[in-house]
Design a protein around this ligand. Structure first.
Ligand SMILES: Nc1nc2c(ncn2[C@@H]2O[C@H](COP(=O)(O)OP(=O)(O)OP(=O)(O)O)[C@@H](O)[C@H]2O)c(=O)[nH]1
Ligand SMILES: [Mg+2]
Length: 396
């Protein structure tokens, strides 16, 4: 709820105004928020040739086979890892590593060659069975103090083949594949194997959500934040996660705005720092795929006209339309609601009165970002629903 203040928020607000040195507080908050947005995340995808590494890179980044995507179906001969930056978050890179299939494969040499230290974690992919190449690689990765995850790709193929059988049961087939993988891994020397089954064509299904949750649990706070924002917008659950993650940082942005707003800087907007709002609102749109590039990519993926997806957007503008002028217009509309909250908080914490400028900034920023986040999340869900709807001719 936009109008409610938590105890922590009020305590932080009091602390920041009581500390007195607002320039320092603003600089500190600015640094914290900037480093959060710029934290690098480097994910290495490895496995034998044809396992579906390049397809996984494209699926995770939401790239289509045309511009910027990793080439699939072609045999790689190079030993150079290739970086695929996230199309909108340049600090996130997925690395397509060379195949590991050569008969004289040596895990330690391979890891040196691909500069293992550059990656936050490794995903080891197979489309068939796991062998000693995979496990020796995993052991070396572990020795280097890094994490790895085993992925079994192309399960859509396996399910399709099994569907022809009379007693087909999807859950049972998946369980059989999982048990088979675990057994291969045990035989190849892995003591406690954990395998994620997925299809690069249907990332929202099978074990990808579980892999994603596991990664979130095992990454530190900053990297988790970056990972969540970089995830492809393929399910309602991912959209909710993004919303919660962005929401968690609203009050920090508002505190920054408070510290700036309380400073007697001539010429600075009295109500709040508009540039901060522009920056974060644009960020929300990009995270939710409410920008031209993401919508065009999604339209190509689901084979629908981009205008059809755009028509599902009801409330928020696209990232490119968020300008200072746009924010000022919304501000003048929201000011009444925000000022009522200012009054509420000033009555609630009387000592804050002396810093009315900062408090107004805090409340207005928080109010604006919260309302915008709610609307952008709602629109993103509408776009997703529209993208996943069966096409008109199919529903006849
Ligand atoms: N059905 C199905 N096919 C897939 C999947 N992932 C990849 N493929 C297909 O498998 C083939 C190999 O995929 P790539 O992504 O090129 O494999 P790679 O591991 O990058 O191969 P190299 O670059 O040779 O090392 C391509 O024809 C893909 O279209 C999947 O999840 N399901
Ligand atoms: Mg490849």
């Amino acid at each position: 709820m936009a109008g409610r203040f938590s105890r922590t928020e009020i305590e932080e607000l009091k602390a920041i105004v009581e500390r007195g040195n607002l320039t320092e507080a603003a600089a500190e908050l600015q640094k914290k928020l900037e480093s959060l947005g710029k934290t690098p995340l480097d994910v290495a995808i490895t496995g034998e040739s044809g396992a579906g590494k390049s397809s996984f890179v494209n699926a995770i980044l939401g790239l289509n086979e045309d511009e910027g995507a990793a080439k699939t179906g072609v045999t790689q001969t190079t030993m150079e890892p290739k970086a695929y930056p996230h199309p909108r978050l340049p600090n996130v890179k997925i690395w397509d590593l060379p195949g590991i299939g050569t008969p004289n494969f040596q895990a330690d040499k391979y890891l040196k060659q691909v500069k293992f230290n550059n990656y936050d974690f490794f995903i080891i992919v197979t489309a068939t069975r796991f062998t000693s190449h995979h496990t020796s690689l995993a052991r070396e990765i572990h020795k280097m103090g890094k994490r790895f995850y085993y992925v079994r790709s192309k399960v859509d193929n396996d399910l399709r083949a099994e569907q022809r059988r009379r007693n087909f049961n999807e859950a049972r087939t998946l369980q059989e594949i999982r048990e088979d993988c675990v057994e291969n891994l045990r035989k190849a020397g892995e003591a406690s194997p954990r395998v994620f089954l997925l299809s690069n064509w249907e990332l929202a299904n099978y074990d990808f959500p579980l892999l994603q949750e596991t990664l979130e649990k095992e990454l530190d706070d900053q990297k988790r934040h970056v990972l969540i924002l970089a995830l492809p917008n393929i399910s309602a659950k991912i959209l909710q996660k993004k919303k919660a993650e962005l929401q968690e940082h609203i009050w920090e942005v508002a505190l920054l705005s408070c510290a700036i707003g309380a400073l007697p800087v001539p010429g600075l907007s009295l109500v709040c720092d508009v540039a901060i709002l522009v920056f974060h609102m644009k960020g929300y749109c990009v995270a939710f795929g409410l920008d031209d590039e993401s919508l065009t990519g999604l339209a190509a993926q689901v084979d629908k006209p981009v205008a059809e997806l755009k028509s599902a957007i009801k409330k928020s503008p696209l990232a490119s339309a968020i300008t200072k002028e746009f924010v000022l217009t919304v501000l003048s509309r929201s000011l009444c609601g925000a000022l009522m909250l200012v009054e509420l908080i000033l009555n609630f914490v009387p000592g804050l009165g002396s810093l009315a400028g900062g408090v107004i900034s805090f409340v207005t920023t928080r109010y604006m970002l919260q309302s915008f986040l709610d609307e952008a999340a709602e629109d993103a869900q509408k776009v997703l629903t529209r993208a996943l709807e069966p096409r008109a001719k199919e529903s006849i």
